[in-house]
Design a protein around this ligand. Sequence first.
Ligand code: NAG
Ligand code: NAG
Ligand code: NAG
Ligand code: NAG
Length: 542
Amino acid sequence: MGAKYTKGCTGWLIVLVVAALVVAAVFFAVKKKHHHRDVLPVPGPPGALDQKYADALGVALQFFQVQKSGKLVDNKITWRGDSALDDGKEAGLDLSKGMYDAGDHMKFGFPMAYTATVLSWSILEYGDQMSAAKQLDPALDALKWITDYLINAHPSDNVLYVQVGDPDIDHKCWERPETMTDNRPVTQVNKSAPGSDVAAETAAAMAAASLVFKSTDSRYSDVLLRHAEKLFTFADNYRGIYSNSIPKVQTFYNSTGYGDELLWAASWLYHATGDQSYLNYATVKNGNTFADWGRPTWFSWDDKRAGTQVHILVHYVILLLQEFKLIFILLSRVHFFGATQFSSGEMNGLRSYRDTAEAVMCGLLPDSPTATSSRTEGGLVWIDEWNALQHPVAASFLAVVYSDYMLTSRTPEIQCSGKTFTPSDLRTFATSQVDYILGNNPMKLSYLVGYGDSYPQQVHHRGASIPVDANTGCKGFQWLSSTEQNPNVATGALVGGPFKNDSYIDLRNNSMQSEPSTYNNAALVGLLSGLVTTSSVATSLR
Ligand SMILES: *[C@@H]1O[C@H](CO)[C@@H](O)[C@H](O)[C@H]1NC(C)=O
Ligand SMILES: *[C@@H]1O[C@H](CO)[C@@H](O)[C@H](O)[C@H]1NC(C)=O
Ligand SMILES: *[C@@H]1O[C@H](CO)[C@@H](O)[C@H](O)[C@H]1NC(C)=O
Ligand SMILES: *[C@@H]1O[C@H](CO)[C@@H](O)[C@H](O)[C@H]1NC(C)=O
């Protein structure tokens, strides 16, 4: 019924992390220049394939095919067909593309844009690895299916459509997307009902995707960048939280702040345009406003497990993952193009954050003195019983990326309360999480549908649960309550995941555990791409 996800109010914390990463990047680069510590191997082009992760990557990417809305092209999922062809018509727009959010048929702009940003980031860092595993094309295809939609969802400068479908209507139906007949209203943000969070996240997605398509389709890349800049201006000029402007969206993707998205978008735009005013926006102009450069409270996450605070952490982890992009940005600038000068204000802004980045990594490393104790006995980082795998997947992606940034910048170690850890420690952590997910766990169950010998059979997913020849209309609920396994395999779905006691109940109505989400798959794809070969370096650092 739509994976539970809440936008937390930790904008400042996120911003903190943004700059931490930037500072780390500068630090790494400077350190390299001055010390030449040749203690690490220089990462090279993709090495030998790790077939296990390559296979898993191929499976995970198929979920984007499963989730596609609109008129399908070269469809390889036998039980999927065209759907939602009239989406957007009431506004004179074609919003037929894009992807369904989870097991339902809502198209939520906020997480969909986030999905595109993470996919873009993954492709930018690990496109070579994806290519070595012959998975770059499906990743690009999935990304473009979303960005085509986002372009159409932004018909004029200060209008962005952020949702297609009404959850109250949608969730009263259990049907295949191909036979949907219910009304699918569209929802927009605009000058009088602003949504800086969703507009900026969409700007970030489009700026990031413009980089992905820059060398292969410069016209499309330009279109994306133009939209990104307009959307950023809209988000910045007309400030508001979209779920305040449109209270009905609170039930699913509630937002409690937009500072993090504005900074995030500015960072991507800096990267996409090279315009230093965007960097200044993120580090100086709005750093203080949104960041509250304080001590991070990351390590209190263990103590905040109750109620809504859990969801704040959920979102923190997710956004954390995004903000890591900045380290890459500055790494590439400082490291390879050298010339860029930072003002002392910028440097201060950047430096305020560096410790946070390491602190986050220290929290993940199981042998660190500051390691989070929020883990299952089987070793999985575990924060919330809803959609439990989103945390370990996001955290592991972070760890792999951070590890590769360290390698690339020849940074030998990080310090965690006096104890030293290396890039390979981070990679080992990430590997432990992904191996758990792929079946090395007490249930001996792969949480990635279609991978391995044993995986969930009753995924909470309407299309997968109803036979292709059944035309249920809205009333297909007997397929939700059926005790049979799904007639169609939702290949690539990463289900919500296990309980704290490492157990999993494979029932379709157990949506807390058995519902996949499109945005989780994006992080999983990034993570697997980073692990596909032995050594990694960001593709676009060339
Ligand atoms: C602006 O968006 C709000 C919220 O979606 C909507 O109710 C309103 O009609 C929109 N304004 C215009 C001029 O379309
Ligand atoms: C959404 O977030 C706002 C701001 O934190 C909060 O006041 C509101 O209660 C939340 N809504 C829901 C449904 O959780
Ligand atoms: C594991 O935890 C869940 C949720 O707390 C509980 O329902 C279930 O019975 C537990 N299973 C075992 C095997 O202890
Ligand atoms: C889910 O389905 C199972 C078996 O079909 C049933 O025993 C259980 O009561 C259902 N739970 C809910 C919350 O509907």
